[in-house]
Ligand binder design. Structure first.
Ligand SMILES: *[C@@H]1O[C@H](CO)[C@@H](O)[C@H](O)[C@H]1NC(C)=O
Length: 195
């Protein structure tokens, strides 16, 4: 597990977030109107709002100053670079192609990672988990493996300090990744990538 994680200093994170990945209007490959419907864009938008709300739930993080904590990103996927549009130079080299299939696969893996994580978290996060599942079922159905739901149940006991700390950092990572996912889905939905 630690191999798939990276603690990202705030300054680096700022760089990642402000990197001009999503300037529209640059030349992009022809590939037909993408698979992302308006409702997928809307589900992803709601998910982002729900994560923001969850991060503001102080009782989930008692004795932890969550805004001051570092972000723990899921490093098992490569979503920001795989999903960068053709012609962008954000990853250091100029991206030669936009590979829609790999991009969607990476997003699906992200969603599954966070779904598995959230399913074992306190009940206060149940609504968020349901919203994540809604996005997966409607827009990334192949990312849901069938035996997943039965394996884990939310806890209702107060968690330990370390568990709350991990929850805070993972949720912050989920927030960052969901911002990226929202941009990617909006971009695919706009048809901008067909120009
Ligand atoms: C998720 O966010 C939407 C839009 O802000 C809100 O209507 C809904 O109640 C939220 N759901 C949860 C579980 O927080």
């Amino acid at each position: 597990m630690p191999l798939t994680k990276l603690y990202v200093p705030a300054a680096l994170l700022l760089l990642v977030l402000s990197c001009p990945l999503w300037h529209v209007g640059q030349s992009l490959p022809m590939m037909g109107k993408g698979p992302m419907t308006d409702s997928c864009v809307s589900h992803a938008r709601t998910l982002l709002e729900n994560i923001t709300d969850a991060l503001a739930q102080k009782d989930l993080f008692s004795a932890i100053d969550c805004p001051m904590q570092s972000v723990e990103l899921n490093m098992a996927t490569d979503t920001p670079s795989v999903c960068a549009p053709k012609g962008s130079t954000c990853t250091g080299t100029t991206k030669a192609e936009f590979d829609q299939k790999s991009c969607l696969e990476n997003i699906g893996e992200d969603l599954l990672y966070y779904y598995t994580f959230l399913a074992a978290q306190p009940k206060g996060l149940l609504g968020l988990t349901v919203q994540l599942r809604t996005l997966m079922e409607n827009c990334f159905p192949w990312s849901l493996s069938t035996d997943l739901a039965s394996k884990q149940a939310p806890t209702d006991s107060p968690s330990t300090y370390d568990e709350r700390l991990r929850l805070c950092k993972e949720l912050k990572g989920f927030h960052v990744r969901t911002i990226t996912i929202n941009r990617v889905l909006g971009y695919m939905n706009s048809g901008e990538h067909t120009k």
